[in-house]
Write a protein that binds this ligand. Structure first.
Ligand SMILES: Cc1ncc(COP(=O)(O)O)c(C=O)c1O
Length: 459
């Protein structure tokens, strides 16, 4: 086969052979995908030579930015020395040992043990088995229901997709039993008329208490939540929400699982989102930023009180060929060394975070924007025809997609969830690059507004 060179040739091969995740393949093939060929810092280059500002850190993962030779070298050195060995059957290797100790150091004090996986989805599959096993060992096997939230995203395997609250995913595959979804803390989209954020936060948090009472505490194993819902549209809960959830979890005999696949590793201005919100999880789920996406890796941190029970329970019949893959662990160690040396978490909390937040929040003045929240370096823009009435556009998702496509044309990667634009740039983004990002967002909003005027959808 001769190697394809032009963008058109590559697109034709892609259309012929590649099924893309979460894509409408018919319309994608008609349009052709954008082909990214290289990247440096926060900038992507496509096969036509366009320089694109990556406002999404790939898929919320490239926290230290692209082009970090240090990680590349660490992976190459590890592949030369020991490209693969497993961690089953009483064996292990140096990178897995070092990384587990490093994670125990970086995570909140209750965590000293990690189970390695290859992704966020695999981590959440692990969580389901792990919490059910925990209560089996405690001789409470009937405690197996896991409470999650509507519009949560916990991955796309059958089990992780069931745990998530994405109706379009549930509609395409069987959902596993014993998972219950409660309300999400999405103030803009779901608060009642006249309800304050404080009242709404308490009401949605108390849905957890009501669900535990309705099902019976003796049947509930765990509650799982993202500190900030990412794929659901960057839903930052009102201030009253997490303290109330923390109270309920403390009072009830259930495990609290914080899914930190997006919020972990600095995104919210702390190492982990649970620290930003002051909650104390029993299980902490990680992936993405653990390696900044340079290699696939995930993990489940288990608090001491849970680990002690699991230790008493004999075999845990679970594991993946690539649990603790040596090269992925080497990538994680190099990535975390960069994060610590450059104090990227402190930078998000005290420097670039506040810098971008101020400019982002000011976008709420645009006629198309209902709210423009941002925490750390993760933010959203709710697009609306009427700010005061918190009105939605007809045909939900159409305006979001329109704006997302304008953003692509303006060489900025933003993502659209319903009619909400979301952003999560690499934690290394400079002030100048933040200014450039905001300029491109403004242009995108103006382009979208002008088009909607042509449609007669806004005045
Ligand atoms: C909160 C959360 N959990 C789990 C996952 C699934 O991770 P993966 O795609 O690595 O399986 C994601 C992916 O975006 C996520 O955002």
């Amino acid at each position: 086969m001769t190697l394809p060179k032009t963008t058109a040739e590559l697109r034709a091969l892609d259309a012929a052979h590649h099924l893309h995740p979460f894509s409408d393949m018919k319309s994608l093939n008609a349009e052709g995908s954008r082909i990214v060929v290289k990247a440096e810092g926060v900038w992507l280059t496509d096969s036509d030579g366009n320089r694109i500002l990556d406002g999404m850190s790939g898929l919320w993962c490239v926290n230290v930015g692209y082009g970090r030779e240090e990680i590349v070298e660490a992976v190459a050195a590890q592949l030369r020395e020991l490209p693969y060995y497993n961690t089953f059957f009483k064996t292990t290797h140096r990178p897995a040992i070092e990384l587990s100790a490093k994670l125990a150091e970086l995570t909140p004090p209750q965590f000293n043990k990690v189970f390695f996986t290859g992704s966020g989805s695999e981590s959440n599959d692990t969580v389901i088995k792990l919490v059910r096993r925990y209560f089996q060992i405690k001789e409470k096997p009937e405690k197996k229901i896991i409470i999650s939230r509507r519009n949560a995203y916990h991955g796309s395997t059958v089990a992780a997709g069931s745990l998530g609250g994405m109706a379009p995913m549930h509609g395409q595959s069987a959902v596993i039993p014993d998972i219950l979804h409660i309300a999400q803390p999405y103030f803009w989209g779901e608060a009642r008329q006249g309800e304050t954020p404080e009242e709404f936060g308490l009401r949605t948090a108390r849905a957890l208490e009501a669900a535990i009472d309705a099902m019976g505490e003796d049947r509930i194993a765990a509650f799982i939540a993202e500190p900030v819902q990412g794929a659901g549209g960057v839903i930052i809960p009102p201030a009253s929400y997490w303290p109330e959830i923390a109270r309920i979890c403390r009072e009830r005999d259930i495990l609290f699982v914080s899914d930190e696949v997006i919020c972990g590793f600095g995104r919210t201005g702390s190492w982990f989102g649970c620290e930003t919100f002051g909650t104390e999880p029993d299980i902490l789920v990680m992936a993405k930023g653990i390696t900044s996406g340079y290699m696939p890796l995930g993990g489940v941190m288990v608090a001491d009180r849970v680990a002690e029970v699991l230790h008493e329970g004999g075999d845990f019949n679970h594991g993946y060929t690539y649990s603790g893959h040596p090269a992925a662990c080497a990538a994680a160690l190099a990535n975390l060394a960069i994060m610590q040396r450059e104090d990227l978490v402190g930078r998000v909390a005290n420097d670039v975070g506040p810098y971008l937040q101020a400019r982002w929040n000011a976008l709420a003045e645009h006629p198309l924007v209902g709210e423009a929240p941002m925490l750390g370096l993760v933010g959203a823009l709710e697009l609306t025809p009427d700010k005061l009435g918190r009105t939605k556009f007809p045909d939900v998702g159409k305006v979001g997609t329109l704006a997302r496509d304008f953003s692509f044309k303006n060489n900025l990667v933003m993502r659209a969830v319903r009619d909400r634009l979301i952003i999560a740039p690499p934690l290394v983004i400079s002030h100048e690059e933040c200014d450039e990002l905001i300029a491109r967002v403004r242009k995108t909003l103006d382009d979208t507004f002008a088009e909607l005027k042509r449609w007669g959808w806004v005045r």
